[in-house]
Unconditional design. Structure first.
Length: 153
């Protein structure tokens, strides 16, 4: 009879490490499952709350051309003097003041583009917007955008 404190030797190495192999296999399976779950969540869940939304870009009116800004001014009757054109801006420089064209031009009550844009930006920011009217107007224009083209032919 063998002594009690002696262990019986196993036939194979895998039998002796049976518990370790199953733990390692479980750990590997869990890691694969966690990676698959993260991939699934990143693919199908885009927002986890209000802080997760991208910031809305502000409208940069300075990038608009002068013609569009003038149309906005005319449409909403903003009381701002006319904007200087590029040629008028050049004539207001030191070299331009010495030319004969400067003497002929009348620079009555005109402002530079940054000043004009600031006043238009102020008006745009303070204007109240009714979302229902904006959406209805947008949908109407999209639906009827080709009417003018169809009527001409």
């Amino acid at each position: 009879m063998p002594p009690r404190n002696q262990q019986k030797e196993s036939n194979s190495e895998s039998e002796s490490k049976g518990t370790l192999t199953s733990r390692a296999a479980n750990k590997a399976r869990n890691a694969v499952a966690a990676a698959a779950q993260l991939e699934l969540l990143s693919k199908h869940i885009h927002s986890n709350g209000p802080r997760d939304k991208p910031a809305i870009q502000a409208l940069e009116l300075y990038t608009l051309d002068e013609n569009s800004l003038q149309k906005y001014k005319k449409r909403y009757n903003i009381s701002v003097p006319e904007m200087q054109t590029l040629s008028e801006n050049i004539l207001c420089s030191e070299i331009g003041k010495k030319s004969s064209s400067h003497k002929k031009a009348t620079m009555v009550n005109k402002v530079s583009k940054p000043e004009f844009v600031n006043s238009v930006q102020k008006h745009f920011s303070l204007m109240n917007v009714r979302e229902n009217e904006v959406i209805a107007s947008f949908l109407y224009r999209v639906k009827h955008q080709d009417k003018e083209f169809k009527l001409t032919f």
